[in-house]
Design a protein around this ligand. Structure first.
Ligand SMILES: *[C@@H]1O[C@H](CO)[C@@H](O)[C@H](O)[C@H]1NC(C)=O
Ligand SMILES: *[C@@H]1O[C@H](CO)[C@@H](O)[C@H](O)[C@H]1NC(C)=O
Length: 196
């Protein structure tokens, strides 16, 4: 019964009117910034993953949260926000500073921060719009939190070894690539629907 209240609240808030009028959009340059983040993550590579086979782990990225057919347009971006925020958190730790090239790490944080404030406003607004997923499965944000929690636990377990960081870095690069695909596909949906 405890989960009924948020559901009702969500339904009430959903009756607020058209989501578009709340003005929640991806920042114009979000694809570009995401690509930059992706490149920086690539630059950070220092060891060959082939040396890290023993540390491999399936982190179970919740792929379905990035399935473009669950989105109507670029309005619903709490998923992207969660991913970027979590990547930022991971690389904003002492352990990350110890493990990675500080110059590139600083650039990575700067690029991520440029994207986060805009999306932050967005995810607040979008809390009102999340009607479908509340009704069907668990919240995509929650699935992502679980995924990143797994990564934190893994890094602890592996004592933040170079191999562990490298495998995580690769994972995150792949996840980010999926968000770029999603963003691009939503942009073309926007264009198709002729919305302003
Ligand atoms: C995306 O979701 C749709 C509808 O739920 C489903 O038919 C499709 O197989 C999914 N695509 C992927 C790549 O999971
Ligand atoms: C860190 O990365 C920068 C930019 O790629 C490079 O110029 C520098 O030599 C690197 N530093 C170390 C210690 O590898």
């Amino acid at each position: 019964m405890a989960h009924l209240l948020p559901l009702l609240t969500a339904l009430l808030l959903c009756s607020y009117g058209p989501v578009g009028s709340l003005g929640c959009q991806l920042p114009e340059n979000s694809v570009q910034l995401s690509k930059m983040t992706w490149q920086l993550l690539g630059q950070m590579r220092t060891i060959s993953p082939a040396l890290c086979l023993r540390d491999r782990r399936d982190f179970r990225f919740p792929r379905e949260v990035l399935n473009a057919s669950h989105f109507q347009n670029t309005q619903d971006m709490s998923v992207l926000h969660e991913i970027l925020q979590q990547i930022y958190n991971l690389f904003h730790t002492q352990q990350a500073s110890a493990a990675w090239n500080k110059t590139v790490l600083a650039q990575l944080r700067t690029t991520l921060r440029k994207q986060l404030p805009d999306l932050n406003t967005c995810s607040v607004v979008q809390g009102r719009a999340r009607q479908d997923s509340v009704l069907t499965t668990e919240s995509p944000t929650l699935a992502l939190k679980r995924y990143f929690h797994g990564i934190h636990v893994y890094l602890e377990e592996k004592k933040h070894s170079d191999c562990a960081w490298e495998l995580v870095r690769m994972q995150l690069q792949r996840a980010l690539a999926s968000t770029i695909q999603l963003q691009e596909s939503l942009r073309s949906k926007d264009a198709d629907s002729g919305s302003s």
